[in-house]
Design a protein. Structure first.
Length: 110
């Protein structure tokens, strides 16, 4: 599996598990639904990237950007590093990995 796909798939798995833990600990159905939907969407993006589909890169970029915005807003409201601050940083790292992959794809086309 390619590095970018592996990073995105790991991030997706973390979001899935995080949504389940949020539901289990706090009884939050919204956490479960958000974790499942974002995790599954990013896992599908990772699969598309592993198969060489460029559209998967852009979809993953959009989903990760949305997750970054969500976690930054949550961190600004709660001022709690875990989980929102940590996931903000992790989302930023994944976003950089995806952006570098897209940049490399553009350089290969030129």
């Amino acid at each position: 599996m390619k590095v970018t796909a592996t990073v995105i798939f790991s991030y997706a798995l973390l979001l899935l598990v995080g949504g389940w833990i949020g539901h289990w600990k706090a009884g939050s159905a919204a956490s479960l639904i958000a974790g499942l939907s974002s995790g599954i969407a990013l896992a599908l993006c990772a699969l598309a990237i592993a198969r060489g589909k460029v559209a998967g890169q852009y979809a993953a970029l959009g989903f990760t950007l949305a997750m970054l915005a969500f976690f930054i807003i949550r961190f600004a409201k709660t001022h709690s590093f875990f989980p929102s601050g940590m996931l903000s940083l992790l989302s930023l790292v994944v976003l950089v990995v995806i952006a570098l992959k897209i940049r490399k794809t553009w350089q290969l086309r030129a």
